[in-house]
Write a protein that binds this ligand. Structure first.
Ligand SMILES: [Zn+2]
Length: 85
């Protein structure tokens, strides 16, 4: 899971940029049939936003980088003391 999330995030950003690019080209071309692209943009925005929120809220050990599953002061993986920000 630790290695998957950044790739999901990067893929979603790329899809989002490509999607907005195609949407922009279509609108400039006078083609307003962008319903599918709009849905893709909506989903992409949610994925990117969700990843950003997840990364902001899930606290990781500064020593080993593992996700903290407990609220203790010490990392359950490497035993390092985790100081609150
Ligand atoms: Zn640790």
């Amino acid at each position: 899971m630790k290695k998957v999330l950044p790739w999901v995030f990067v893929a979603a950003v790329i899809v989002l940029i490509a999607d907005f690019g195609i949407m922009g080209l279509k609108i400039m071309d006078g083609d307003y049939d962008i319903e599918v692209l709009a849905y893709v943009a909506l989903v992409g925005t949610w994925v990117v936003g969700g990843c950003a929120v997840y990364r902001a809220f899930v606290r990781r050990c500064p020593c080993c980088g593992k996700r903290r599953t407990t609220n203790g002061d010490y990392c359950p993986y490497c035993g390092e003391k985790i100081s609150e920000e």
